[in-house]
Design a protein around this ligand. Structure first.
Ligand SMILES: [Zn+2]
Length: 111
């Protein structure tokens, strides 16, 4: 069982299963990255399972994340707009930006 690049998986080794995104693979080994960037590591596909929808949502909880786990211009634009609205202190604009981002994630990225 292998997973495509971009898939959300769970590394089942260790005491605490970790959610990760597949960024590359070679043979039976997957190159993983923590959702939203940061730590990268490798694991065998046999140590991975597909993340549940809930695990995926928890791992990509937004707006705590500073950048999108997707290589997507629209995401970057939406997140910048959200940050700007947040800093302006305008609650309506902030909520609108959040809704726009979430809708985009659901429609475009299946989250
Ligand atoms: Zn996007």
């Amino acid at each position: 069982m292998t997973y495509r690049n971009g898939a959300f998986v769970v590394d089942t080794r260790g005491e605490r299963a970790r959610v990760a995104q597949v960024i590359d693979s070679l043979g039976q080994q997957a190159h993983l990255r923590a959702p939203g960037g940061g730590e990268e590591w490798k694991a065998l596909f046999s140590d991975l399972r597909l993340a549940t929808r809930e695990e995926r949502e928890r791992a990509t909880r937004w707006p705590q994340m500073k950048r999108s786990p997707f290589d997507c211009q629209e995401c970057s634009k939406d997140m910048a707009a959200y940050q700007e609205a947040l800093e302006s202190g305008n609650n309506f604009r902030t909520a609108s930006a959040l809704v726009r981002q979430r809708t985009h994630w659901r429609l475009e990225h299946g989250l």
